[in-house]
Every structure is written in structure tokens, then in C-alpha cells.
Design a protein around this ligand. Structure first.
Ligand code: ATP
Ligand code: SF4
Ligand code: MG
Length: 344
């Protein structure tokens, strides 16, 4: 694999669980992110997928340094950025920007679009000196497909898709290298989702951006991701190239997620195998021992309760040229095509 622009190793974010009002006592921890390893290669899109509450947004906030990790490292171009402060932190933050999930709540309703998009320049005036800001913001509006004359309008005067374009323009203002997009299309109508994804695709090519693209649905990331990481209860449980994950998943959780993805081709739909997950996701304050997926896994055996499966190429596929030979944290990994090829 080409050299990573971002390398994450053993990343943890635990929130203390406390009880009592006057004498607050820590009674446990919510392990929102609990040992994430991932690499982001320059110019690629890494899709991160998982159910609600599995730690995706927490991971996003850690990557852009809005949150400090409990443990682990995030190396940006080889340098651990988790211990930085002051000017060094500010410089790194400029290069790793976030686009938020909900364009209805993430834009300040009392600020004009010009002020929203230009706000990052208050912290980084070196990118756009005061006299040039209006022009810069108008250029950004144009780049995201909005009329530059809308600069004095307010967020409520725009549709959901247009608001997300404003959020993207703000993310681009500081000319970052990496954009972490936390479910950027989940709050939008299906018809608008494709437009925003196409825009992100075009911006990636025009500005050589690297993306971490978060979604809760595998079908959304398929068209934009080069590689995909599947997250469960604070960890990546399977990761590989787009086609490896979609056509040759080896982790039971990924297989279950894929079996729920809508298949447009009726013949393929008929042949698709349904894998239903039992039970709910356990609380991240009470993660099962051994394999964290075992309480919902139809393949679980004794070993799964005692031995944590590591994220690596499973022994059965090691040394093979097969697309199944990608990282999967399961003791009993098996390749299984869940969604048949189109026309199958
Ligand atoms: N500041 C916090 N304090 C305590 N617990 C938190 C905090 N932020 C997140 N959590 C908990 O951490 C877990 C992961 O939350 P997170 O928002 O990262 O999940 P997510 O995968 O983004 O979910 P969703 O798909 O619903 O957006 C959840 O159980 C959540 O309640
Ligand atoms: S390690 Fe065991 S419980 Fe975990 S996914 Fe594999 S078979 Fe299921
Ligand atoms: Mg989230």
C-alpha cells in the first residue's frame, strides 16, 4: 500500500461514567472508540461504516483534534499529532477539516453564509488577509455549485442540499489536505444525496483531497470509497479495498450489514442470502469479553468469549492472492458473497 498521510494506531476515547451529584464517583467508562487502527493514503477515500452508537462521530472528532484521545496515536505525515498544542496544533488542524452530518443544525442561523464560510479565516488570517476574504468566499461558493451572489443570505434561505454545500465550502476554506466527512448526506433526501456525493468526488480530484467518509450504510460509501473500514462497538472489525469488502466479506458482521443493503437488480435480489442479526448492539459501557461481536454472531463458539480476534489477514487466507485475504478480526473468518453480482 502507498504511504499513509494519516496513520492511526491503538486509538481510544473513553468517557467516564459517573454517579452522584455532590460526590461524583467514576463507576465505569463509555468506550466510544476502543482500539482503532487505520491508514489513510493520500488522495484516497476511506469509508467508515457502522451502526448508530459504534463510535463513528467520536472517531471523526479525534481525527480532526476536536477531542483528545484517552490513548493511542494519530500520525499525520509521520508525526504524532495527539500531543501537539499551541501553534503546532493550529497548523495541523488547518490541514484536517471536518464536514458535519446535519446541515440544519451545524450552521449558525444568525450568521450570513459569507460569515459562516469565512469564519475559519478569523483563526487563520494568513490564508486570506481581510481585504481578499469576500472574493475568496465567493470563489468557494462557486466551487461548491452555489451562486456567489448568495453571500449575504442566511442558512434558512437554502435547501438541505445547498446547506450541506455551504458546510463543504467552509470545510474547504483553509485549503486542507484531508476532509473528515461525518455522515455528510445522511440527513438529505435520497435524490439530493447523489448530487452531494458527486460534488465531493469532483472536489477530491480538483484539489487532491483525501477523505474519511463516514456513513451508517454500506450502500452510501460504495460509490465514493477506495477502501472501507467496518466499525463495531468502537473498533474496526474488517477493512479492505472496496471490492474486497463488498464482494468477498469475511467477517460475520460485514456479511450481515451487506445482506441488508438494497439490491436494485431483481434477479440478484432473489439470490441474495439474508443474514439477520439477533439482539441489539451492547452498550459501549459494557463491551463483551473476547470478540465484541459474539453476542450477536451466529458463528460464535467458546473461543470467541475468551480470545480477542486481532485485525489481520485471517490465517486461512494468509499468503493467498485471493480478494478474501484482507484484514478481518474474526477467529473463524470465511469468504461469503452475500450480494450476488449484477445479473447473477
Ligand atoms: N461526550 C460524551 N460523553 C459520554 N458519552 C459519549 C460522548 N460522546 C459520545 N458518547 C457515547 O459514545 C458512543 C459512541 O457515540 P458516537 O456519537 O461516536 O457514535 P456514532 O457511531 O457516531 O453514532 P450515530 O450513528 O448515531 O451518529 C455512544 O454510546 C455515545 O452515547
Ligand atoms: S470471532 Fe467468533 S464471535 Fe467474533 S465474529 Fe468471528 S465467529 Fe463471530
Ligand atoms: Mg455519529
Amino acid at each position: 500500500m502507498a504511504e499513509a498521510i494519516l496513520e492511526v494506531r491503538g486509538l481510544h476515547k473513553h468517557y467516564p461514567l459517573t454517579r452522584g451529584v455532590v460526590f461524583r464517583k467514576q463507576v465505569g467508562a463509555v468506550r466510544a472508540v476502543d482500539g482503532v487502527d487505520l491508514d489513510l493514503v493520500a488522495g484516497e477515500t476511506l469509508g467508515i461504516v457502522g451502526e448508530s452508537g459504534c463510535g463513528k462521530s467520536t472517531l471523526a472528532k479525534l481525527l480532526v483534534q476536536l477531542e483528545r484521545p484517552t490513548a493511542g496515536v494519530i500520525r499525520y505525515k509521520g508525526e504524532d499529532i495527539t500531543k501537539l498544542s499551541g501553534r503546532a496544533l493550529k497548523a495541523v488542524r488547518r490541514n484536517i477539516q471536518m464536514v458535519f452530518q446535519d446541515p440544519y443544525t451545524s450552521l449558525n442561523p444568525r450568521m450570513t453564509v459569507g460569515d459562516i464560510i469565512g469564519e475559519p479565516y478569523e483563526i487563520h488570517p494568513e490564508v486570506a488577509p481581510r481585504g481578499s476574504r469576500r472574493q475568496k468566499v465567493q470563489d468557494l461558493l462557486h466551487v461548491v455549485g452555489l451562486n456567489p451572489e448568495y453571500i449575504n443570505r442566511y442558512p434558512h434561505q437554502f435547501s438541505g442540499g445547498q446547506r450541506q454545500r455551504i458546510g463543504i465550502a467552509r470545510g474547504l476554506a483553509l485549503q486542507p489536505e484531508i476532509i473528515v466527512a461525518d455522515e455528510p448526506v445522511s440527513a438529505l433526501d435520497v435524490s439530493v444525496q447523489a448530487q452531494v456525493i458527486n460534488l465531493l468526488d469532483k472536489l477530491q480530484q480538483d484539489f487532491s483531497l483525501s477523505y474519511v467518509f463516514i456513513a451508517h450504510d454500506l450502500s452510501i460509501v460504495r460509490h465514493i470509497s477506495d477502501r472501507v473500514g467496518v466499525m463495531y462497538l468502537g473498533r474496526i472489525v474488517e477493512t479492505g479495498k472496496d471490492a474486497e469488502i463488498y464482494d468477498h466479506p469475511t467477517h460475520p458482521y460485514t456479511q450481515a450489514l451487506l445482506s441488508a443493503v438494497p439490491v436494485p437488480d431483481p434477479t440478484a435480489r432473489e439470490h441474495r442470502e439474508r443474514v439477520l442479526l439477533s439482539g441489539d448492539v451492547p452498550s459501549p459501557a459494557n463491551i463483551p469479553s473476547g470478540c465484541r461481536f459474539r453476542t450477536r454472531c451466529w458463528k460464535a463458539r467458546e473461543r470467541c468469549a475468551t480470545e480477542v480476534p486481532l485485525l489481520a489477514v485471517p490465517a486461512v487466507f494468509r499468503g493467498e492472492e485471493s480478494p478474501a485475504a484482507h484484514d478481518s478480526a474474526c477467529h473463524f473468518a470465511e469468504a461469503k458473497r452475500v450480494v450476488p453480482a449484477e445479473g447473477a
